[in-house]
Design a protein around this ligand. Structure first.
Ligand SMILES: [Zn+2]
Length: 425
């Protein structure tokens, strides 16, 4: 890991220089975290008053950093550090500023603030770029308020699903009504879509939300792919009976069959790196302590950085389920409830990140993302690159225990600056 490097004197209290990027990012994240939907913790969901205050603050900081900045109709804060040639292509750096309930301060916001301090620096030294550099703070990625994710980035990527406008929050308010209540116009959403031929690429800096970089003792890592998941709901129908009278050899126990599926999924997914499988829900409907389970329901989420790897595990799992059915005399129904594609990061963007990481004296480490990110919305539209930053506290995220050091934030911002300075069309 590198140290702070040559530390320049700060031009002013508000402008970061390499070596001071990290402290400034953490300070700005602390300031954003003061706005919350809840008095007890950090919760910032789509278009609440706290959420809109954060957007206003980001717009102000972007303008102070020499960008033109506006809040678009879905609440994205779009800052542009203009090239001398206004017709130049655009490099987008984005991440989201909404949070989950009881969140950490850096999920999403780190990526926005890292880009912001880089522009502050470029502006302070009077440097212009040969391309338009856009910093986009996406309004919604977590899906908390409306149960649907990527509201902000899907609009910019031209993938906004109009049906989402009809979705309602817990109070009965629809997305369309909410957007109108803030002065926005749902009919203007399609116009937010960018033209692919004008884009140079999309980059995102994000806290890892896992323990890999911590274990590798590395401040940053290069994301190879964002894993898509396949999700199933599985129902097992056995035969219920008296817990005391039915002999062990004469049972068709649905919960015991479920246990076999859980353990097989765990065993199989341990066999390949980048493959994960989770049973997050497991119930015996109407179960009782003295009744053999006649029915058991479970969920299964399988993800991998590679579709072939994932589908091979799924095929093995289905074969095992057939065996369990025969062995235990139970019926098993499997319903696929969601399938999202695995999105690869472009080799070119991975290479640009790796070059900058090597120049910083750090060993490049490649890892897949098990969680979804705004970057996936830009798949097929432009080249995607993602830089992960080490997450402290064992890798905990989506929690107030999420932690990030100023040193690691500094390294991330300096690598971003290096990538941008060396970016070639
Ligand atoms: Zn995030």
């Amino acid at each position: 890991m590198v140290s702070g490097g040559q530390t320049h004197a700060k031009a002013s209290a508000a402008v970061a220089a390499p070596g001071t990027f990290g402290a400034r990012i953490l300070d700005l994240a602390d300031r954003l975290a003061k706005w919350s939907d809840s008095q007890d913790n950090l919760t910032c969901t789509y278009l609440t008053s706290a959420h809109r205050a954060v957007a206003g603050q980001l717009r102000e900081w972007m303008r102070e950093a020499g960008m033109t900045a506006e809040i678009d109709t879905v609440g994205n804060v779009v800052g542009r550090f203009a090239a001398l040639d206004p017709g130049a292509k655009i490099l987008i750096i984005g991440s989201h500023y909404d949070t989950v309930r009881n969140a950490g301060k850096y999920d999403g916001r780190l990526g926005i603030l890292a880009a912001l301090v880089v522009v502050e620096h470029l502006n302070a030294i009077g440097r212009r770029l040969p391309f338009n550099f856009e910093v986009i703070a996406f309004s919604e990625e977590e899906g908390v308020r409306f149960g649907t994710a990527y509201l902000g980035s899907s609009a910019v990527a031209g993938r906004f699903d109009r049906q989402v406008l009809e979705r309602r929050d817990a109070s009965g308010l629809s997305v369309a009504e909410l957007i109108r209540s803030t002065g926005g116009n749902p009919d203007a959403i399609p116009a937010l879509a960018r033209q692919a031929q004008k884009l140079l690429g999309y980059l995102e800096v994000h806290i890892e939300q896992g323990p890999v970089l911590l274990q590798e003792k590395l401040p940053v890592g290069i994301v190879t792919a964002v894993a898509g998941s396949v999700r199933y709901l599985i129902s097992i129908i056995g035969v219920s009976g008296h817990a005391g009278t039915v002999p062990m050899t004469a049972r068709n126990d649905a919960a015991a069959a479920a246990a076999e599926i859980v353990l097989f999924a765990e065993r199989r997914c341990r066999q390949a790196q980048g493959l994960v499988g989770t049973v997050g829900q497991l119930t015996v409907p109407n179960g009782a302590i003295n009744v053999i389970p006649g029915r058991c329901e479970l969920s299964l989420d399988i993800r991998a950085d590679d579709v072939t790897k994932r589908d091979a595990a799924i095929a093995d799992l289905f074969a095992e389920i057939e065996q369990i059915k025969k062995r235990r005399g139970v019926a098993i129904e499997v319903a696929e409830v969601q399938r999202t594609p695995t999105v690869a990061c472009s080799p070119r963007m991975q290479g640009l990140l790796a070059d900058a990481i090597v120049r910083a004296g750090i060993r490049p480490h490649y890892l897949p993302s098990g969680a979804g990110h705004d970057a996936v919305m830009f798949d097929g539209i432009t080249d995607i690159g993602m830089l992960f930053v080490r997450c402290g506290n064992g890798g905990i995220s989506h929690s107030p225990l999420e932690s990030l050091t100023a040193d690691d934030a500094d390294v991330a911002a300096r690598i971003l600056l290096d990538v941008i300075m060396n970016f070639q069309e």
